[in-house]
Design a protein around this ligand. Sequence first.
Ligand SMILES: Cc1ncc(COP(=O)(O)O)c(C=O)c1O
Length: 377
Amino acid sequence: MATVPFNKPKVQGREIDYIREAIELGQISGDGAFTKRCHAKLEEMLGVRKALLTHSCTAALEMAAILLDLEAGDEVIMPSFTFVSTANAVCLRGATPVFVDIDPNTLNISPEVIEAAITEKTVAIFVVHYAGVVCDMDAINAIADRHGLKVVEDAAQALGSTYRGRNAGTLGVMSAFSFHETKNIISGEGGALCINDPQYCERAEILREKGTNRSLFFRGAVDKYSWVDIGSSYLPGEIISAFLYGQLEVADTVREGRLAVWHRYNDAFKVCVPEDRARLPFIPPECEHNAHMYYLLFPELEAREAFREYLKSRDVMAPFHYVPLHSSIGGKKFGRAAGELKTTDAVSDGLVRLPMYTMDGHECDKVIEAVEAYFQT
Ligand SMILES: Cc1ncc(COP(=O)(O)O)c(C=O)c1O
């Protein structure tokens, strides 16, 4: 059998029909019929006040940083174990990311480390729902309320996940999703900014449209549109939105397909992976996840690399994940670490991700057999 890749982007529903329809409708620039359908779908699925498609989660995070009026001297607390986009959004406003450690069980930012990192300069907390498992948001929001901080969810990986029955993306003032091809619901590149606090809605539309009030003009609220604020071109074209709409329509089926793979892995690995050699993902009881990722966590780098080499020899692709931001060149130049980040360093060395997509039974078997064989040695 061919190599099992880490990820396989797939057409899941009517994406191709919708792309054709977008072209036939005569508008392939942004904010046409399919973008509007995606907005309505996301607002209904998630229960957010406003959803705005962007060309990436990176763009949505940049919009969030502008909406919060971040500026030089401000500090934003975030995990070091995240993608560069979480930090870049803050640095682009001249503000400073303050990197904190993660919880060894969930691999998410934990409330205790946040509290210890707050200074008089802190204005926001950017949380990341790693592997689609939502952070401890009740505790985090309680801290934010006590200190007057804004919470932004980097929900890049968390579409379809819940926390105490509430959707990821509804748990901060705003949230950023990714539809990059490595995510559950995809459009190649793509993202969305979702807004829960109504004070940000109107300005978000303006930033996204190059700082103009074009959206108000199209709604008939102003008689011409012009430059009113800073902004950029953050919106996707209609081809992307049409593809995305086809995916969003079948989001529940995609999630079920991924969960089936996740549980097949988990049931098999509970039996064949010795606890002292690697640990399986931990899902807190208050979280329902979206099977974005299945990882194994080894105690150290050498063991992880030996495992990856073995899987590669059996044609199973298993990448590691984030290189910690606090020790990166950019992280040291533009941000600072709060305290020691021992868990982040250990997890970065020990974590390996297994292939995860809506795979067929044979592909899933091949991964499971390779992992079983490795742990028999
Ligand atoms: C936590 C996190 N935030 C942001 C991003 C950036 O997403 P995009 O590629 O859509 O800009 C990623 C990408 O993997 C991510 O994992």
